[in-house]
Design a protein around this ligand. Structure first.
Ligand SMILES: NC(=O)c1ccc[n+]([C@@H]2O[C@H](COP(=O)([O-])OP(=O)(O)OC[C@H]3O[C@@H](n4cnc5c(N)ncnc54)[C@H](OP(=O)(O)O)[C@@H]3O)[C@@H](O)[C@H]2O)c1
Length: 232
């Protein structure tokens, strides 16, 4: 398949563990565009300017984006670590969780949904996390990560309702990728059973297959990697 017969896709957060594995798969199937922290600071000004560039390109050749996947998220970094107790909550860490896990994906949704194909099925999915489910929370802990992913879920669900009004062919969804081997999960690896701990390549294949299968009727859903739905 040459680049002109391939569908167009955008991968956001393309340098992480799952993002890199997805990029490998997606390059075979799509004319792939990628975004990472090296390309953007995810400010509104930067995202607006990137969107303008993509819009000029798609208007020029009439080929909109059929697939957009956002992998941006964090569980631990220099500022945040999953909290075990209420006494560990602090404003700076909560703000960092919300900035990376909720606000950056929300702004990507705001600007990039306009790039989705209106004339053929198109999908825009966000990697969330099972622990973002409020209904499924029986363990507690991880206040910032859980709640920032719950907020992401609500943003995408709400966006799906609005986007459907202007683009009947577009599907938005949040996906739990499955616990995947890499720096994000490494500190917790000892507590994860081997048969539920997947390689980045396994997770990427499943995420891509699931993304491509999501119909407009399923827009606004929260999926597990195997296609089953997770309670909000
Ligand atoms: N791994 C798991 O077991 C697991 C389980 C459940 C959910 N998830 C979710 O799946 C997604 C990918 O996970 P992963 O294992 O691939 O994690 P990862 O290797 O840590 O990658 C995280 C991604 O988020 C972006 N990112 C991180 N900090 C950022 C910041 N300060 N500003 C902007 N972008 C930032 C990075 O983008 P660039 O480096 O490309 O800029 C990177 O692509 C995350 O949303 C995570 O919450 C993962």
């Amino acid at each position: 398949m040459n680049e002109l017969t391939k569908k167009r896709a955008l991968l956001i957060g393309a340098n992480g563990t799952i993002g890199s594995a997805l990029a490998g798969h997606m390059r075979d199937q799509y004319e792939l565009y990628t975004l990472s922290r090296v390309d953007t600071d995810y400010s509104e000004a930067s995202l607006e300017s990137i969107t303008r560039g993509y819009n000029e390109m798609t208007r020029g050749d009439g080929r909109a984006f059929s697939t957009i996947i956002c992998c941006v998220g964090t569980l631990h970094n220099d500022v945040v670590a999953p909290e075990k107790r209420l006494s560990q909550l602090n404003a700076a860490a909560l703000a960092e969780y919300y900035r990376i896990n909720t606000i950056i994906p929300a702004l990507c949704l705001r600007f990039f949904h306009t790039l989705l194909d209106k004339n053929a099925p198109s999908q825009f999915v966000f990697l969330s996390a099972m622990v973002g489910s409020i209904g499924d929370n029986n363990l507690g802990g991880w206040y910032g990560y859980r709640s920032s992913k719950s907020a992401l879920n609500q943003i995408v669900r709400t966006g799906a309702i609005e986007v459907k009004r202007g683009n009947k062919n577009a599907s938005l969804a949040v996906i739990h990728p499955g616990t995947t081997i890499g720096p994000l999960s490494k500190p917790f690896a000892s507590g994860i059973s081997k048969d539920k701990y997947y390689t980045p390549v396994q997770s990427a294949e499943r995420i891509l297959r699931l993304t491509q299968s999501i119909t407009a009727e399923q827009s606004g859903c929260f999926f597990n990697w195997d296609g089953s739905q997770i309670p909000w």
